[in-house]
Each structure stands twice: as structure tokens, then as C-alpha cells.
Design a protein around this ligand. Structure first.
Ligand SMILES: Cc1cc2nc3c(=O)[nH]c(=O)nc-3n(C[C@H](O)[C@H](O)[C@H](O)COP(=O)(O)OP(=O)(O)OC[C@H]3O[C@@H](n4cnc5c(N)ncnc54)[C@H](O)[C@@H]3O)c2cc1C
Length: 287
């Protein structure tokens, strides 16, 4: 049992871990190498660097700093967070971990499929959360759009409500070794999601039109928004709402960094990480 699992190893996640581990609590950071930070070619506005530093270099230094402080870091993708009795189960591609608290430090959600028709049908057949909306499509034709582990995970949930679930990879390739058997896969590129008042079909680039009743967008990896929707965390303009202690409205779930909105800068991510780490330490140690 961990005291805290931090999802994300960008500035917010690593900063949270440094403050928590100094309070002698058992924490784990689970994250991928893809972060907003690594996209920054040249950073000139961060305190203490006389000449510009690249995001890639700053990221490398942050990870090494945490490792030097014996912080446990796993390079893995989180697929789901489930509530247990007074604790949480964090499910990743490779493992499952139990923890008292979770910190969402997953960065900014920049995920939209950008497929023609997506905007028009949100809430009219298009969903982003299998566990929340899957039941509306019981025994119906369900499409999952995506080509990674997260799409497979969402399709697995939907296969419990219908045996007519198809993953549309939109030109991508699904991973070969799959933990869940997926019966129907269509690999062609998608031109549009179409319908009149609600979703009716998916038009492929090869001009085939595949009838569907529901479409679940599960591109890339699960974001803070996906986790928030599953856990009932309040969002405002797609940002996680937190209180002054970095807590969400769901007990034991905290958030820090770009995913809480506001100033999307390294300094703010680090400030929130520090605040979040101290707040969790205070709570768990009853200080
Ligand atoms: C092009 C560009 C230039 C920028 N330039 C500057 C600048 O000059 N100065 C500045 O201050 N800021 C700059 N920024 C912004 C800065 O990079 C961000 O504000 C900062 O990185 C936010 O930190 P974060 O920890 O919240 O998120 P991120 O750095 O995005 O880290 C998010 C972490 O969460 C992980 N993650 C997400 N989902 C999952 C999942 N399901 N499972 C596991 N891990 C997951 C990611 O892999 C990553 O490790 C720039 C951003 C960009 C894109």
C-alpha cells in the first residue's frame, strides 16, 4: 500500500514527489516520457538559468534529482483509477497498485480526435468515458476510436454491455500482445462521424459507411479529464477544480500543474506540486 501515487512525471508530479518523500511517506510516480516540458525547445523565463535551457534537459535533470532522492519512478501508462474501501487501485498497462491518495499531475488535456463531426455530436452519441456512458448503448453498435492500450481498455469495458464493439484505429495499429481479446478492428482512416440529430455512422476514407449508435473517443493515453469523469471530479472548462489544499471534491484525490488550468508555466506547476506534497503529508500525518 502506497501513501501516495502521483500520475505524471513532469514538473508538477516530480515536485509533488520531492515534498512527499521528504515527509517520510511511501510514494510512487507513474508517468510517461511525453510531457509538455519536453516540447519546449528553449526556456528563457525560468528562474536561475543564465542562458536558455531546453525542456528536454530540464526534464532529464528533474527525473535525476528525484532518483537521487530515492523516489520510486515507473515509466508506465495509467489506464484507470478505481475506488476501493478507503483506498484507490491505480491500474497501469503493466501492473496494479493500491494507494491511500492519488495526485493527478497529467498535464494539459490537448486531446481531441479532430475528426469531422466530433464537435457536433458530443453528448449525442459521442462520449469520452466507457464506464460513465457505456450502459446507454447496451446491445448497440459501439465504436471505440483509438489505437493504444487506453482504447483496448475502454473497449474491454464496453464489451460487457454489447458484443458489437469495434475499435476503429483511424490508420493506427493496435499493440500485438493484448490483455483483452478484441473481436472487431477496423484499421482504415476515418473521414467523418455522421448522422442527423445523433450519431448514425462512421464514414471511412475508402468510402465505406459503418453504422454505429455510439462512439467512444479513446485516442492516445488517458488524461486527467478522463480520470475526472470516471471518478466524479468537478471540472471547469476542462480544468480540474481544486481547493486551497490542492484537493479535488473527491476525498483522497489531488491535482497539480497544467491540468488544474490557469497559468500554463513550469513555475506554477512546481509551486502547485510543492503545495500538494505538503498538503498530503499534513493530512496523512495528522499534523
Ligand atoms: C512548446 C511548449 C513550450 C513551452 N515553453 C515554456 C517556457 O518557455 N516556460 C515555461 O515556464 N513553460 C513553458 N511551457 C509550459 C510547460 O512545459 C508546462 O507548463 C509544464 O510542463 C507543466 O507541467 P506538468 O507537470 O503539469 O505537465 P507535463 O509537463 O505535461 O507532464 C505531464 C506528465 O503526465 C504524464 N501522463 C499523462 N497522462 C498519463 C497517463 N494516463 N499515464 C501515465 N502518465 C501520464 C505525461 O507522460 C507526463 O509525464 C511550454 C509548453 C510547450 C508545449
Amino acid at each position: 500500500m502506497y501513501d501516495c501515487i502521483i500520475i505524471g512525471k513532469g514538473p508538477a508530479g516530480i515536485s509533488t514527489a520531492i515534498y512527499i518523500s521528504r515527509s517520510n511517506l511511501k510514494c510512487l510516480v507513474v508517468g510517461k516520457d511525453e510531457t509538455a516540458l519536453k516540447k519546449a525547445k528553449s526556456i528563457e523565463n525560468y528562474y536561475g538559468f543564465e542562458s536558455p535551457i531546453s525542456g528536454e534537459e530540464l526534464f532529464r535533470r528533474g527525473i535525476n534529482q528525484a532518483k537521487n532522492q530515492n523516489i520510486e519512478i515507473k515509466n508506465d501508462e495509467v489506464l484507470d483509477i478505481e475506488y476501493l474501501n478507503n483506498s484507490y487501485l491505480v491500474k497501469t498497462v503493466n501492473n496494479e497498485y493500491e494507494t491511500k491518495t492519488v495526485v493527478l499531475a497529467t498535464g494539459k488535456n490537448r486531446k481531441m480526435s479532430n475528426i469531422l463531426g466530433e464537435d457536433k455530436f458530443i453528448g449525442k452519441g459521442i462520449s469520452y468515458c466507457a464506464i460513465c456512458d457505456g450502459y446507454f448503448f447496451k446491445n448497440k453498435n459501439i465504436a471505440v476510436i483509438g489505437s493504444g492500450e487506453y482504447a483496448i481498455h475502454e473497449a474491454g469495458i464496453l464489451q460487457n454491455v454489447s458484443d458489437k464493439v469495434t475499435i476503429f484505429t483511424n490508420g493506427g495499429k493496435l499493440p500485438e500482445n493484448r490483455s483483452i481479446e478484441i473481436k472487431n478492428v477496423i484499421e482504415g482512416r476515418i473521414d467523418a462521424i455522421r448522422g442527423d440529430k445523433k450519431v448514425e455512422n462512421i464514414l471511412l476514407n475508402d468510402k465505406r459507411s459503418i453504422p454505429v449508435d455510439g462512439v467512444f473517443i479513446a485516442q492516445g493515453i488517458a488524461s486527467s479529464i478522463d480520470f475526472a469523469k470516471k471518478l466524479g471530479i468537478i471540472l471547469e472548462n476542462n480544468n480540474i477544480v481544486i481547493n486551497d489544499n490542492m484537493e479535488t471534491n473527491v476525498p483522497g484525490i489531488y491535482a497539480a500543474g497544467d491540468c488544474t488550468g490557469g497559468l500554463l508555466q513550469i513555475s506554477k506547476a512546481i509551486y502547485e506540486g510543492a503545495k500538494c506534497g505538503l498538503s498530503i503529508a499534513k493530512k496523512l500525518k495528522n499534523i
